[in-house]
Design a protein around this ligand. Sequence first.
Ligand code: CU
Length: 162
Amino acid sequence: MRIALVLAAALMAAPAFAQGHEGHGAGGHEGHDMSHMDDMSRFGAPGDPAKASRTVTVKATEIAYDLKSLDVKTGETITFVLVNDGTQDHELGIGDKAFFEAHRQMMAQMPGMTHAMPNMVSAKPGETASLTWTFTKAGVFEFACSIPGHYQLGMVGSISVK
Ligand SMILES: [Cu+2]
């Protein structure tokens, strides 16, 4: 995490990074500060699998998830099971637009970089991986794949927490 933050900070200083335009519409975020990478409390917290109220299975193929949206109650803990039915690696992360934008920028600069983040799992073809998350705050969030290009090709869904 420490290394990731340093990398994110370095990338944010690079001219190429400043050309991103996607984040300036929704959410009123000004620029790209690295709190996007760090402050996950905006969209929840790692959850205890023993307290999960349900399991949501998400199948990944090239290049899509079989789930487009999910409704969640505030405070609910969900275990996500990523099933990789595809032929490429895929990921499942929980976040918001700002988080995924910042993460995409980092991944685009650092292809193949391994990252252990508490809100994200990856699965190789034929494998599964699980992630338990507690949705502590109401709002509209996203689940997405952070393999470069996959988000843009539609590997993203919405999570509505009420
Ligand atoms: Cu993917």
